[in-house]
Design a protein around this ligand. Sequence first.
Ligand code: GYE
Length: 316
Amino acid sequence: MSKKKLVLLLLLAFTLALGCRIDAGRKRIVVGFAQVGAESAWRIANSESIIAEAKKRGIELKFVDCQQQQENQIKAIRSFIADKVDVIGFSPVVTTGWDEVLREAKRAKIPVILVDRGVDCQDDSLWVTLIGSDFVEEGRKAARWLAEKMKGKANIVELQGTIGSAPTIDRKKGFEEIIAQYPEMKIIRSKAGDFTRSMGKEVMEEFLEAEGRNIDALFSHNDDMAIGAIQAIEAYGLRPGTDIIIVSVDAIRAAFEAMIEGKLNCTVECNPLIGRQFFDAVEEIVAGKPVPKRVVVDEEVFPQEVAKEFLPIRRY
Ligand code: GYE
């Protein structure tokens, strides 16, 4: 063998060996996820969907429950940056106040995916994509259903979600947009119940105290608050679903059960099972492929009449 051939052969062997080493040591994808909290059945299903999908794909997930506190989310994101994760996912508890920490992620060249909720930042290069529902449309759907049910006439009380959060801002906007077309449909009281059952109950008690039988309908920004409100209405001596017509959002199993009991009238679907779409985007981003800036989840409206049919197949 000539010297030249030997050198070439050695070079080839070296390259192959190096290639194998790199392949064998190919880094597992690491994702940091700063979750809002565990405030509702929707959120719990959303967390489960994300955790299960990471496991299925062999992706390392650093998952932090931020207990509905923006400062906890910012802290978690900073720790993900320090850990040099491949991708950061988070569901912003409120829309504002993210510019600084998102700029830090950008400087560290860590792509950010918004999951479920959007942010209000001028610079949309601070995140790669938003995967979640169209909350304005959900508000419209609730209002359209209610307007038809009430024949365009109702005194409505509104239980809002977390103040300053995207679903609260947008569901209210969509609902009001449709209600504005009906001069005899009015929101007579509106207050935040922070998306929890206990607050839904508490605020509904206040509404009843102030308005009593003057209330015809309730629009609740999620099912958990509606379920809390149902308890308050019963305790007040009125029949939820009959004396007060109730429409809410999420379509969790407990809402279907309440509809079967006749206590809730309609729920607009908001799908929390977005783990698959989230990790599809993660893998595409890591592979350097382009992803759409906005991915909207498909959703339905479920009135009481179909509750029995759909409860057995509801997954959350
Ligand atoms: O409707 C509510 C949850 O952001 C869509 O947050 C989500 C909302 C959901 O706590 O139940």
